[in-house]
Write a protein that binds this ligand. Structure first.
Ligand code: HEM
Length: 408
């Protein structure tokens, strides 16, 4: 399907076969991004390589990021993620009413510790700044939310226009969020108190006079939190909602954890290969309520033809994940939460599209799978997840309408 808004054509992919063909097999032609003018020019997220055009600058950022987050590299971080899950378990016992905050801290604090070596109160300071910037960006990723993405000349609109005022408020936080933690790490390195982390490794491994060195370090470190924290939280909250709505799934998960881990210790990421049912629960959560329901836009580089359809270059490619990941021809009873679909000899396909496709596929997916596993396995081990005392359940469809799916 395609449609035109203010002369800009958007092609919507809603079929797994087409997504695989265009975005995987022909990914050299479909790895560009549309120009996110609101984010770049107004909200000052020009450092975010997730929205860079397909270019050498993007390749350099992506490679640098990937050096720290590829499948093998993330194994080094699992003790940090497991420790964050135990902190969450204890916090839930003390103040269960702050449930959302604790689940968010598990994902956010792991990233901040791995990337900047930040611990304790430094997490709260950072969150305060980041939240103020991320709020507007969630809106800006929604196609069509800001007209400037279709009418770039609006960049010259006067400063009192609503989107400009919003931009002016949140831009200073975007820049502070990128700047402050790296400055803290530099100071810690200077006084000998730095905790080894991605930024210390980058600062120490690159010659201090290399052009653009500090910008690159700031850019790749900032994106880890902004792309990785709330996405993981969304997945984890979806899983918790599913466990409430499907008590039989929770029962099987309890049985698996009791059988394989037992009561004498809590689970860790090292149990991932053995706790297959927990693993399947996390995968099913990604399919059931995809975290980024419309993905991140791709764009074609040059003209192409697919099954007789002409696809011109520079066109915006969007996704309808619900159609792809709830296709009844691929997933039986797609509306049901059934981890079993990923187990056994006739298992259904892994919903990898939830992390995107081709050269732009989410480079944080290995890290986030550990975050999800660590939290859900620990919660199952420690608690029964039950409805409220009055028996009510959260609405399993109540999410916000932002680009990132968030429990309402
Ligand atoms: C449940 C968790 C997550 C989900 C569902 C998710 C999903 C996505 C999706 C759909 C994209 C766009 C892919 C495309 O354009 O084809 C993306 C991009 C990205 N993600 Fe994730 N993500 C998650 C966690 C993370 C984490 C933990 C990190 C970092 C540690 C991260 C870092 C990134 C980055 C840097 C990009 C931009 C890639 C590029 O443009 O080259 N993500 N993610």
């Amino acid at each position: 399907m395609s449609f035109k808004v203010f002369g800009r054509t958007t092609i919507v992919i809603n079929d797994l076969k087409i997504a695989n063909e265009l975005l995987e097999r022909r990914s050299a032609n479909y790895s560009d991004r549309p120009s996110y003018r609101m984010m770049f020019d107004i909200l000052q997220w020009w450092w975010d390589f997730g929205i860079f055009r397909y270019s050498d600058a993007w390749r350099l950022h992506r490679k640098t990021f990937n050096d720290f987050f590829h499948q093998k590299a993330v194994q080094e971080y699992t003790p940090v993620q497991d420790a964050a899950s135990y902190v969450c378990l204890r916090a839930l016992l003390k103040t269960p009413e702050d449930f959302f905050k604790h689940v968010r801290r598990q994902a956010g604090s792991s990233i901040l510790e791995v990337v900047y070596g930040l611990r304790g109160n430094a997490y709260d300071d950072y969150i305060e700044v980041a939240d103020k910037s991320i709020y507007s960006v969630d809106l800006a990723f929604n196609p069509g939310h800001f007209l400037i993405d279709y009418l770039p000349f609006l960049k010259y609109a006067p400063p009192w226009v609503a989107f400009k005022r919003l931009g002016a408020q949140s831009a200073k936080y975007a820049l502070a969020m990128r700047e402050q933690p790296v400055v803290l790490v530099q100071k810690a390195l200077a006084d000998g108190s730095a905790v080894p982390c991605t930024v210390t490794k980058l600062l120490e491994s690159q010659p201090s006079d290399a052009p653009g060195r500090l910008d690159l370090i700031k850019n790749v470190s900032t994106i880890a939190f902004v792309a990785g924290a709330d996405t993981s939280v969304s997945q984890n909250l979806t899983t918790i909602i599913a466990l409430l709505h499907y008590p039989e799934v929770q029962k099987k998960a309890h049985e698996e954890v009791d059988r394989i881990v037992g009561r004498h210790r809590a689970p860790t990421c090292d149990d991932r290969t053995d706790l297959k049912y927990i693993e399947a629960i996390n995968v099913e959560a990604l399919r059931w309520r995809p975290v980024v329901p419309m993905g991140l836009g791709h764009a074609s580089v040059s003209d192409d033809v697919y099954e007789g359809y002409f696809i011109p270059g520079s066109k915006y490619i969007s996704f309808y994940f619900r159609a792809i990941l709830h296709d009844p021809l691929v997933y039986k009873d797609p509306a049901e939460f059934k981890p079993e679909r990923f187990l056994g000899p006739n298992s259904e396909p892994y919903p990898g599209g939830a992390f995107g496709w081709g050269r732009r596929i989410c480079p944080g997916r290995y890290f986030s799978s550990n975050t999800a596993f660590s939290l859900i396995a620990s919660l199952i081990w420690a608690y029964d997840i039950l409805p409220a005392e009055d028996g009510s359940l959260p609405d399993s469809m109540a999410y916000t309408d932002k680009s990132l799916r968030q429990v309402a």
